[in-house]
Design a protein around this ligand. Sequence first.
Ligand SMILES: Cc1cc2nc3c(=O)[nH]c(=O)nc-3n(C[C@H](O)[C@H](O)[C@H](O)COP(=O)(O)OP(=O)(O)OC[C@H]3O[C@@H](n4cnc5c(N)ncnc54)[C@H](O)[C@@H]3O)c2cc1C
Length: 372
Amino acid sequence: MAKKLLLAGGGHAHMMLLAKIGDLTTEGHEVTVVQPSNYHYYSGMGPGMLSGFYTADDIRFSTRFVVERQGGKFIRDKVIRIDAASRSVELESGIRQEYDVLSCNTGSFIPFDNIAGDNDTVFSAKPIERLLEAQKKIVAACSKPSLTISIVGGGAAAAEIAGNVYHLATENGCPDIKVNIFAGSKLMKNASPVIQRIVRNYFEKLHIQIDESGHVERVENSTIIMENGQSHTADFIFLATGVKPSPLFTASNLSTGPDGGLLVNEYLQCRDHPEIFGGGDCIYYQPRPLEKVGVYAVRENPVLLNNVIASLKGGMLQPFDPGGNFLAIFNLGGEYGALQKGFLSWGGKLSFTVKDYIDRKFMKKFHGMEKE
Ligand SMILES: Cc1cc2nc3c(=O)[nH]c(=O)nc-3n(C[C@H](O)[C@H](O)[C@H](O)COP(=O)(O)OP(=O)(O)OC[C@H]3O[C@@H](n4cnc5c(N)ncnc54)[C@H](O)[C@@H]3O)c2cc1C
């Protein structure tokens, strides 16, 4: 019997499902994808796009085109509530959309919202599209005699943005660029001590300042106000204070983990509603909490594909195995990378070249879907 499949978000965890829409529509199923943008951006290449090393087209693919070409329906909108009892979702525009099976890949957001005044020069690291807006404004400001850019946050995203924004400004002729990171506590404290040293040494050469004296309390206009009372002004401010799962699930009264992510079992399936699945940053994987990195979203693809199709057509569910440690390579700008896998840590151009190769290969698959 033909069924209705709804995909909320076309993120990293839905890539294999998106590629199979044609098979499902040919069998008579109705497939709808809801996403706020026509494109999905690959975050791993986001900081590289900020510096101008990649174009927007290098790092995004047209979800709308891929869905519609295979006979699916694409709705440019946002799912704001799931009504599991009536098996329908409410969209921001007010439309209701029914489903037999729902899969959620709505990602995460930066929860820092203590911002007042003019926000035109304040950018959050997510959604990745914001980095493109930031790039245009910074390039336009590079003719000023000096520019101060501050990054609030102490994780990998903050470090990647700092290095790449520095290179964006210098390569666009900024005569005097100052980049400051307000890391709260220790910069990249979850990385190995060797990686921390590599990042620090590289930033020292670029005169990127790292403030580890305490947390930022709020941002008012162009000023960063710290919990210790100090304040610092900047021409541009980036917020990279860590992510939280999409608020969709708490708004829908579904079972969530402590971070607000959709609580899913080993089959990536909602505990209380077996016709709801989820993957990527928006879930809380009950067997063990997973880091919010694209690696897990990508690893979840085949399991989501199998289980969503099994739920539509009947079949065995497969459990998800998160796997062991993963290769992480940080793009620090200027074609300089820091690589970490288990006990191995390595900094330099080669690390960046490896990341560039892996990332371009990953995107090639999705650009291939646009061409088929
Ligand atoms: C600057 C930066 C660099 C990073 N670099 C790396 C890296 O190199 N390697 C790595 O492994 N991880 C990296 N990460 C982490 C990585 O971004 C996330 O783990 C990854 O994006 C998660 O993928 P996702 O598909 O769950 O979410 P997302 O990539 O955020 O995708 C979610 C999708 O859902 C859509 N959406 C959102 N809300 C709704 C809604 N309500 N209704 C419908 N659609 C919705 C969005 O438009 C988007 O297309 C980085 C993060 C940042 C911020």
